[in-house]
Design a protein around this ligand. Structure first.
Ligand code: HEC
Ligand code: HEC
Ligand code: HEC
Ligand code: HEC
Ligand code: HEC
Ligand code: HEC
Ligand code: HEC
Length: 586
């Protein structure tokens, strides 16, 4: 119980003071100041200052919108040229004599987002932390036209940026990886049907411009055109407009309904021209072609200049190197050839579209008269392996596995033979193409000579121990306890256990090369041991696996295990790896 009346009095007094102060503050709010300023500027003598509120009915309840408490002149043509927030609203639909949008009914938030209840500018504009819908400024407001207008197809005056973004989504190959309901059906990346509901404008821009900002090791490509602000903004406006709650049917559309563009014109008879249009993602016979290979792939034109993007390999020689059927299968599902390919799956193409692409790709080809190793390397290899041969060419970032760092080729004693085979036949399960139909034996020898001359360790060759794969019945050379233990055939179940203990930090529990430490190694990444195409090449023998596990792969992050694993354990692991990758297993 409080006995000291003095203190109580003091408390009561303090209470009054706070109340008084807040009353005083409300009289001093910004909108009061703005409204006084506004009427003074209009020369109006008689006016009342008030909170101006609009209640807008939406499918999700009432939207309270007090923006016009500050933005008092929005609907007043006499306020043209006033300073914000007092000015008349700029033209929304160019060329329309009288704008049909009545701010007294629909307020401002329907188009601009923000926080309509708030009466402080920063709060109202949604600038405080984590407000889900910060202000959309200028043309960004076009993201919201589809609250009331059907925007799936057709065109709406004043919404040109949104429509440009809708086209770009198809032209720039986004559709190849992302689903937007009614537009595309790819499952390779997060669905974007509700992108605008989940993410703010800034996040969307960032996802396009700097995909790795939100997720390191992202599989979202960083395209060459991201410095073109107009393109990025239009795409982000379009994505901001994708909000699930707005999906509408013909009946529920308040103002007009246009059919979705899902029926993009299909190509029915194959031609080089159609293939060229698909490749470039440009209109063909009047309608937009769904393609956009050129965003990722370059080719050499007649002058030998590269045109196109650097996300995937250059395709100048691909038909010759791989053959038509391989390329066709690759377009439909690249993962049948390269387990970790990020290339979109174009499973929706019809036969005529695939034929068109193959016909177009078959027209490519560029011969550079060259015999010296360096010239050959610059023409055929540099885009992946890089000028310094370090495996970091412009195309390398999105390849998995990464191109080999050829300056560190000391990892096998007989690298020359291995490299020669790899250059001729390619490395299956990876982006390394076979060159035997493009380059002569002499040219390949010249390339090997060049690679050797560029090796950082050429003078200090790694000399490999001679080891031979143990066979059942041999004595285990590495068994520490108990001598003369005899090796038996590898057992996959035991191999699994050893693998879980020693290998998962890099290769992952599933052996797919994506363990928690994988990305610390940088280059090359741990091998995906489930990559059947790679594991079943004739030269990836048990002998090679044994050597690599026992001795490590020098020049890479793959450690040696001679101090930790017995012969028996290594044979068990090999049996485990083989059981995963034998043809016919899943
Ligand atoms: C407390 C007063 C106040 C309130 C409430 C307010 N604004 Fe503003 N607004 C301003 C001022 C002042 C500016 C002038 C530009 C600036 O200082 O950012 C402005 C500018 C703007 C701009 C132009 C921004 C730019 O960068 O060009 C838009 C759009 C806008 N407001 C929309 C809204 C919307 C929508 C609401 C309601 C959700 C709202 N405002 C509520 C004071 C207010
Ligand atoms: C029907 C949609 C719509 C409504 C409703 C709407 N605006 Fe806009 N507003 C736009 C568009 C679109 C632009 C960009 C015009 C341009 O520059 O092309 C714009 C531009 C502006 C600008 C100029 C600065 C800028 O961002 O480019 C201000 C300020 C602004 N609006 C404030 C308001 C306020 C305040 C209200 C409510 C009274 C409001 N708007 C209601 C669509 C709308
Ligand atoms: C809150 C709902 C609402 C939003 C949001 C909205 N509009 Fe409208 N719009 C209307 C209404 C209502 C009309 C008047 C329709 C009528 O009278 O036929 C209209 C009419 C129009 C018209 C003229 C009629 C027509 O169909 O050609 C155009 C153009 C237009 N709006 C463009 C836009 C643009 C651009 C945006 C986005 C920046 C937008 N609208 C956002 C409600 C909206
Ligand atoms: C090769 C496939 C691929 C293509 C093509 C692609 N993306 Fe992505 N995108 C991804 C992946 C994968 C992610 C998820 C990030 C991650 O986990 O790596 C992503 C994430 C995003 C996100 C963030 C979504 C989220 O949930 O955080 C946006 C936005 C986005 N992409 C927009 C685009 C746009 C716009 C285009 C076309 C210019 C495009 N993407 C093309 C694969 C792709
Ligand atoms: C988002 C980027 C992207 C788009 C769009 C894309 N690709 Fe690819 N593509 C890649 C990447 C990365 C690789 C390398 C990994 C692999 O081999 O799958 C690749 C590989 C290929 C290969 C195999 C080349 C070889 O020699 O092994 C072919 C053929 C190919 N793409 C054709 C196409 C065609 C045709 C299109 C358009 C219909 C297309 N790509 C669209 C990224 C893309
Ligand atoms: C499309 C990208 C690409 C191009 C073009 C390319 N390579 Fe490769 N290369 C790779 C990748 C990826 C690997 C890694 C394969 C692996 O994981 O073992 C590789 C591996 C190699 C290897 C090591 C093979 C091994 O057995 O370990 C050699 C040698 C090589 N490339 C030489 C060349 C030469 C020479 C050229 C030009 C004639 C060339 N590459 C062009 C992507 C490419
Ligand atoms: C510190 C990370 C790390 C650990 C731990 C690790 N590896 Fe590796 N491993 C790698 C890297 C990196 C490569 C890729 C080397 C290359 O491309 O030449 C690789 C490659 C391999 C290869 C392919 C070798 C070849 O000749 O192409 C096999 C098989 C393999 N690892 C098995 C294992 C097994 C089994 C274990 C556990 C006993 C293990 N690794 C532990 C990082 C690791």
């Amino acid at each position: 119980m409080i006995k000291d009346y003095g203190i109580m009095l003091l408390l009561a007094f303090a209470g009054f003071a706070v109340l008084g102060l807040s009353l005083f503050k409300s009289m001093d709010q910004d909108f009061v100041k703005y409204q006084k300023q506004y009427y003074a500027q209009l020369g109006a003598g008689d006016f009342s200052v008030e909170i101006r509120q609009v209640n807008v009915k939406t499918p999700n309840g009432n939207m309270i919108d007090r923006c016009q408490s500050c933005h008092v002149g929005a609907s007043n043509p006499d306020a043209v040229g006033f300073e914000e927030p007092l000015a008349a609203h700029p033209v929304i639909v160019p060329g329309m004599e009288k704008d049909l949008h009545n701010f007294a009914e629909i307020g401002c938030m329907v188009c601009h987002d923000g926080n309509g209840r708030a009466l402080k500018k920063a709060d109202a504009h949604g600038e405080f932390h984590d407000w889900p819908a910060p202000l959309l400024v200028g043309k960004q407001a076009q993201a919201n036209c589809n609250r009331c207008h059907a925007m799936e197809g057709g065109s709406l005056a004043g919404a040109e940026e949104y429509e440009k973004g809708r086209d770009l989504f198809l032209e720039k190959a986004c559709w190849g990886c992302h689903t937007i309901a009614g537009i595309s059906t790819s499952s390779q990346a997060p669905e974007l049907t509700d992108a605008g509901g989940k993410f703010n404008f800034e996040y969307l821009v960032e996802s396009i411009v700097e995909p790795a900002a939100n997720q390191a090791n992202t599989k979202m490509p960083k395209f060459d055109w991201i410095h073109d602000e107009a393109t990025v903004e239009a795409l982000a406006i379009y994505l901001k407009g994708q909000q699930k709650e707005r999906l509408r049917s013909e009946e529920s559309a308040p103002i007009g309904y246009v059919k979705p563009v899902s029926d993009v014109a299909r190509i029915e008879s194959p031609s080089v021209e159609a293939g060229r249009a698909l490749f470039a993602g440009v209109a063909y016979e009047g309608s937009i072609a769904r393609g956009g290979c050129i965003n990722c792939h370059a080719f050499k034109n007649g002058e030998g200049d590269s045109v196109g993007g650097n996300v995937g390999p250059e395709l100048t020689y691909t038909i010759r190197a791989r053959g038509r059927q391989y390329v066709r299968d690759h377009i439909v599902n690249s993962r049948v050839h390269v387990a970790d390919s990020i290339m979109p799956t174009f499973k929706d193409y019809n036969a005529a579209e695939l034929d068109s692409l193959i016909m177009f790709l078959s027209t490519l080809g560029f011969e550079r008269q060259a015999s010296a190793g360096q010239q050959l390397f610059e023409n055929y290899c540099v885009s992946c392996h890089g000028e310094k041969l370090d495996g970091r060419g412009p195309v390398s970032a999105m390849l998995d596995p990464l191109p080999r760092d050829l300056t560190r080729h000391q990892f096998v004693a007989s690298y020359e033979e291995r490299f020669k085979t790899s250059i001729k036949d390619g490395v299956k399960g990876t982006a390394m193409p076979p060159w035997k139909d493009i380059l002569t034996d002499d040219q390949i020898d010249a390339l090997l000579g060049y690679i050797e001359s560029k090796s950082a360790d050429a003078s200090d060759q790694f000399v490999r121990m001679q080891v031979t794969l143990p066979k059942p019945g041999d004595v285990d050379r590495f068994k520490s306890r108990g001598k003369d233990v005899v090796v038996e055939a590898g057992d996959p179940a035991r191999g699994y256990d050893v693998f879980q203990r020693h290998c998962t930090s890099c290769h992952g529990k599933l052996a797919n090369g994506k363990g928690p430490n994988a990305y610390f190694l940088v280059h090359p990444l741990p091998r995906n041991l489930l990559n059947k195409e790679f594991m079943n090449q004739p030269y990836v023998t048990d002998q090679r696996l044994y050597e690599s596990i026992l001795l490590g792969v020098a020049g890479t992050g793959m450690p040696h295990h001679d101090d930790r694993l017995s012969d028996q354990s290594i044979l068990d692991i090999i049996a485990f790896i083989r059981a995963n990758t034998t043809e016919g297993t899943e």
